[in-house]
Write a protein that binds this ligand. Sequence first.
Ligand SMILES: [Zn+2]
Length: 342
Amino acid sequence: MSEEVASGARRQQAQAQHQTQTQCQAQPQHQVKTQRQPRPQALLSVDFEDWHQLVRRRLGDAGWRQRTDALPRQTHRLLALFDELGVKATFFVLGIAARAYPELVELIAADGHEIASHGDQHRPVHTQTIAELSADLRSARQTIEQITGRSPRGYRAPAFSITQSARWAYEVLVAEGFDYDSSVHDSPRIRRRITPPSASPHLVQLPGGSIWELPLAVWRIGGMPLPVGGASYWSLLPRSVVLGGLHRAGSMPALYLHPHELDPQPLRSGLSHSAGPSQRVRARARELRRNAARRRAAPIVRAIAQHFELITYREAHAELEASRCARPGALPNEGEGLRRPL
Ligand SMILES: [Zn+2]
């Protein structure tokens, strides 16, 4: 190693150390749990969006923004389930859904759940430019702040779309002040996905700062990934496989649900009267597919809650930061290949 490179590396190390010390001093200690339950922890989250809005928009229905009574019904079911289990979750709230149903976001926050960001328009990150992603994040943040009075600290990309060509998104998230991300899902269904360096939470270090990545739960069996954290997979897998997989999916495996997965009624997209026959056929196909993929969400969450201590991302982040401060340099991190494209 040349002297110049070595001195650059020393400088970077000193900067990283300084940054860690500053963040450690700033860490609100009251958020750190002092008493651990004997069960392993898992992260409980909801991608809070209106399935009906998104389907109608995709099918080109001009009235896609209109409210229906489905999301309120679904949200009440979710909150009742979490209340029954005595757990709090992180809700990654989508801007367009929050503006259509602000009272639901208010209700979720009032129940003590964490409100994080799912972005604003539900456009895949890898289809956006840096400026577009920044604008999308700011718009969602503004909506959430107006409704709850608090800034979201975490982000989940629509359809886990921080893929190999969108690693630059981490720099945008750091620049926008986020503490953590949960967009990496090592599922074979996601094209050009990032394979995380660890199935457990890890720090992504960048020139402008660092951010925690908390990957969705995946059990690697002989090198093959089996997603076990999402309700659509729970409809296909035996309960014992889901539970066994979560125990083997690294520390703090992350779970995700959608409100429509808790709907007691069959999903209906609710197209406008003006929709044509082709739109109706495509909507029916989506309804059938989605209704089949959302069975067993509530019973599986109940079973998981018996085996795991379900916590929010905010709680997990506080614990991770406390560990980092106690043992700087001992945690896994990812810092390579994250430069934004020129
Ligand atoms: Zn989504």
